[in-house]
Design a protein around this ligand. Structure first.
Ligand code: SAH
Ligand code: SF4
Ligand code: F3S
Length: 469
């Protein structure tokens, strides 16, 4: 597809740019997997001579790593592109320089042609093709119109990416699984990320060791259906997630493991047992239930009923009594009645979530639910969401308040906003603030919780001698 507005990028302009370091600015939208992908894009471009900058004004290349999950998320791309066009024009007028613009991620995959038609972009690259960015930049030079690359197989991407670079944070994401075969009727992910693919054990363990060598203490394994991960083990045998968690527990330096996002149907006995048997596996699980009504769950093609979900929670709490739960909930799915919604409220009252994400249903082009006639009016969705969120926030506040006076282990991750303050995470993923030396960053220690709010905890560090790990 040709874009009449996209200029030919001239070789001369580029060689001037090459006289100084090339800089890339990456803006990330959407889920943790996009955060991981943005880091990998920076690594791939680093190998091609780019350094990262925190300011688009300084950049030779701006990448928008986009999310298509709800309409609002996808719309952001077009407003960002409008702003970038102004920046590009200003650059041209000031010094005749060029700014290359790339759209990556799930909107690029789903709406690549539309983006090429509506906006002036140079590169459109899907989530499984971004390892080719250096080559796409080359291809764009000297050609007219945007370069579009939205091929699928994820295996090639993982095999081609350079090793992750050192990043300051002691907690890191590691994508182990991509794509989704579940086809919930509201969701774009199976279309934007493609079929489920599990990375092999050796590749994952190697990446984890490299992270640990660079000071990472906590790894969160990522996948759209992470608990369905089934990767090739060392002797060709297929391993499942609890096997992988056990292997990663043995990596020197790694003190904490987490994984997200899980589907209730893939919560196997062995994975439940891992919550009892692996001390490094943190007592916190994100397990979306989406709706408290079996009728709606069926229409969503979730393939689980609320009873199944509650049974899984009972077994999980038997295995790990202090397990904290988080979830995703959608209100206003087509056909959701007041009675269906009340079942969602009852479910939340029954479970008590430590944290939750809740959304108004957003019809997504190409998904089956978007075509259903019984769409719920926007004001009804808003009213339901407000009621649900009031309940969820109250539960989160109560969960945090119950920590006051307790001793929790905290992995200190960064400096706080105030001078002399450090911020870390509890086992239950709560942000914890304390006055303390930045030298604590990267260490784990027990601290006493002195205060709590809806979103965070405050700790007092009493005994610095305990900072041994
Ligand atoms: N793989 C994960 C979730 C991926 S998307 C899972 O299966 O749970 C993250 C969350 O976004 C979903 O759990 C769902 O609650 C929400 N979501 C997805 N599509 C949506 C849509 N069309 N409208 C509103 N929320 C949506
Ligand atoms: Fe989307 Fe459902 Fe797959 Fe989750 S399991 S990514 S909600 S289709
Ligand atoms: Fe969004 Fe794609 Fe993640 S649609 S939620 S960025 S998988």
């Amino acid at each position: 597809m040709q874009d009449a507005c996209a200029p030919e990028i001239e070789k001369d302009a580029r060689s001037t740019a090459e006289a100084r370091e090339k800089r890339v600015f990456i803006k990330t939208f959407g889920c943790q997997m996009n955060v991981y992908d943005s880091e990998r894009m920076a690594d791939a471009l680093g190998a091609a001579g780019f350094v990262e900058t925190g300011a688009p004004e300084d950049a030779d290349l701006v990448i928008l790593n986009t999310c298509h999950i709800r309409e609002k998320a996808a719309e952001k791309v077009f407003s960002e592109l409008g702003r970038l066009r102004v920046l590009r024009e200003a650059r041209r007028q000031n010094d005749g320089g060029n700014l290359m613009i790339a759209v990556a991620g799930c909107v690029a995959q789903a709406e690549g042609e539309e983006i090429a038609r509506r906006a002036t972009v140079d590169i459109i690259v899907g989530p499984q093709s971004y390892h080719r960015l250096p080559e796409l930049i080359e291809r764009r030079v000297g050609t007219r119109g945007p370069v579009i690359e939205t091929e699928f197989p994820a295996a090639e991407k993982f095999a081609s990416l350079p090793a992750p670079k050192l990043r300051a944070a002691p907690s890191a994401f590691l994508t182990v699984q991509e794509g989704c075969d579940k086809f919930c009727t509201f969701c774009v992910v199976p279309y934007t990320r493609g079929a489920e693919y599990s990375r092999p054990v050796a590749q994952i363990v190697e990446e984890a060791k490299r992270l640990a060598e660079r000071g990472v203490r906590e790894i969160t394994l990522l996948g759209q259906n992470v608990n369905a991960w089934a990767g090739e083990g060392p002797s060709g045998k297929i391993w499942t997630l609890p096997d992988l968690l056990a292997a990663l527990s043995a990596v020197d330096g790694i003190a904490r493991l987490r994984f997200t996002t899980s589907h209730p149907n893939d919560m196997s006995d062995a994975l439940i047992a891992a919550h009892r048997d692996l001390p490094k596996l943190m007592p916190y699980l994100h397990l979306p239930f989406q709706s408290g009504s079996d009728r709606i769950l069926k229409a969503m093609n979730r393939k689980h009923r609320m009873d199944d979900y509650l049974r899984i929670l009972d077994r999980l709490r038997d295995a790990r009594p202090d397990l904290a739960l988080s979830t995703d909930i959608i209100v206003g799915f087509p056909g959701e009645t007041d009675a269906d919604f009340e079942e969602t409220m009852r479910m939340v009252e029954r479970v008590h979530f430590a944290q939750a994400y809740s959304f108004k249903y957003s019809p997504r082009p190409g998904t089956p639910a978007a075509d259903r006639a019984e769409q719920v009016p926007e004001d009804v969705k808003s009213e339901r969401l407000a009621r649900l969120q009031a309940l969820l926030f109250a539960q989160q506040t109560a969960f945090n308040a119950a920590m006051v006076g307790r001793t929790l282990s905290v992995l200190w991750e960064s400096r706080g906003r105030n001078e002399g303050q450090v911020v870390g995470r509890s086992p239950y993923l709560q942000p914890v603030y304390a006055d303390g030396d930045p030298a604590l960053i990267g260490h784990i220690a027990d601290v006493e919780i002195a205060g709590a709010s809806q979103n965070s905890l405050r700790a007092v560090i009493k005994n610095l001698d305990v900072y041994a790990t």
